[in-house]
Every structure is written in C-alpha cells, then in structure tokens.
Design a protein around this ligand. Structure first.
Ligand SMILES: Nc1ncnc2c1ncn2[C@@H]1O[C@H](COP(=O)(O)OP(=O)(O)O)[C@@H](O)[C@H]1O
Ligand SMILES: [Mg+2]
Length: 226
C-alpha cells in the first residue's frame, strides 16, 4: 500500500494583490521503501510540496493521505501527532538553535516523541548516526560555531533520531561540497536499502536525483515524470 498519497492537491498564497499558485493539482503515490527525488528550479514549488506531504500545511484543494488516512480534515493536534509519528523532516534552512550544542539540537524531537527510550539510548543512537556522517566530534559544539556542512548533517541526524518511517529532505546537500554531498546521499540510500525507510528528497542537482528510484520534476507548481 502507498504510504503517502496526494490527490489533486493545490496550494496558493496571496502575495499583496497577486495570487501565487505554488503547487497545482498534484497527484502522487509514494510507497514504503522507496527513494523519490523531486527536482525543479528555485520558486517551482518544491518546499510548498514537501510541506503538504509532511502535513505541515493543508492543501486549498485536494487531499493528502498518510498511511491511508486523510489529513486535511483533522485538528491541529491530530495533524501534529501524525507529523511526529511518521515524518523526519530535514528543513531547508535547518532551523537549529544557535546557542545550543549540536547534541541538544538533535534531541529536541525526542521531547515530543511517544517512544519511550531513555536519554542514554537516544545518545547511543545519535552517536552512531554522527559517526556515520562524520560529525561525532562536533556533538558538544554550539551550533553557532559549526560550518554550513556540519549544520546540515546535524539537521539530518535530528530528523532521524525518532526513527520515523518517512524522511522528507529539502535540498539536504545544498550547502555541501561534492564529496560531502555524496556521503549524505549514500547515507540516505542506505537507510532505504537496509532499513526500508522511505525518502523524498527535493533537489536541483540532477546527480543527486539520479541516486533515487524515481524522479519527478516540478515546473511552475506542476508535477510530471522526469
Ligand atoms: N508563505 C508564502 N507566502 C507567499 N508566497 C509564498 C509563500 N511560500 C512560497 N511562496 C511562493 O510560492 C512559490 C513556490 O515557493 P517554494 O515552494 O518555496 O519554491 P522552491 O522551494 O521550489 O524554491 C514561490 O513563488 C514563492 O515565492
Ligand atoms: Mg525551497
């Protein structure tokens, strides 16, 4: 069964006297254990689409189904629960707290998780992920003292710490050089191959997209097969 489905989903924004159709009439099914890329230039609606997929925003028209369940008619509390349960979200601007350490930032989602792991168990998970992403020695460093690439990897670890099924990644290699971009993409690939995770990755880099199982392109808010 599809894990995530959009049916004729549209989202527009009012910008002063102009209506911006950020995404229009998108239908898409994403299955468990696949890695899907969405490519498109800046302003084509990638982040808007990812926000709809991740139940962060509600479509004006159409519906988003998560694990077969409708989402747009639900209360904010219920939507928040679905979000926390199903999605790890690597947001485009990372949204890290500058004055806190990398570890403190990574552990924020665990405060809202229903999983009953001890803090020692979480730290063990984090250290393993940090080791794989080569930032283990940065966990005690304040975010304000980290480079762009290190911040990006900390944000990735934060999206994985609660072990959700679906990872939504908004340009996760955007501020990385080629070598580090490859480390990140291979890491996400491995999550899909070995742990049956589902990854949706938004990128404007075709080399990154080619590591995915399926590629879609967004053009002025309209989705098509690549
Ligand atoms: N909150 C908002 N208010 C007004 N316009 C928005 C808002 N969010 C996005 N947009 C507009 O919608 C379009 C798509 O934006 P976005 O989804 O961020 O594109 P991308 O991620 O592909 O760069 C752009 O024209 C953008 O300016
Ligand atoms: Mg964007």
């Amino acid at each position: 069964m599809e894990l995530l489905s959009l049916r004729n989903a549209s989202k527009s924004f009012q910008d002063h006297d102009k209506k911006i159709h950020a995404v229009s009439n998108i239908s898409l099914d994403i299955f468990s254990g696949e890695m899907v890329a969405i490519i498109g230039p800046s302003g084509s609606g990638k982040t808007t689409l990812l926000n709809l997929m991740g139940v962060v925003s509600v479509p004006d028209l159409g519906e988003v189904f998560v694990n077969g369940q409708t989402t747009s008619n639900l209360s904010d509390t219920k939507r928040c629960q679905i979000r926390n349960h199903f999605f790890g979200y690597i947001v485009q601007d990372f949204a890290l707290i500058e004055e806190d350490t990398a570890m403190q930032n990574i552990l924020v989602p665990t405060l809202y998780s229903k999983q009953k792991r001890t803090s020692t168990e979480y730290r063990f998970v984090v250290e393993d992920l940090a080791n794989k992403l080569q930032v283990k020695d940065k966990l005690k460093t304040k975010v304000k003292n980290l480079s762009g690439g290190e911040r990006q990897r900390i944000a990735i670890i934060r999206s994985l710490v609660c072990n959700q099924q679906i990872i939504l990644a908004d340009e996760p290699t955007g501020s990385l050089d080629e070598e580090n971009a490859n480390i990140v993409i291979e890491f996400l690939r491995e999550l899909v191959n070995k742990e049956n995770k589902t990854v949706v990755i938004v990128t404007h880099d075709l080399n990154i997209a080619k590591r995915c199982d399926r590629i879609f392109k967004l053009t002025h808010g309209t989705l098509s097969a690549f």
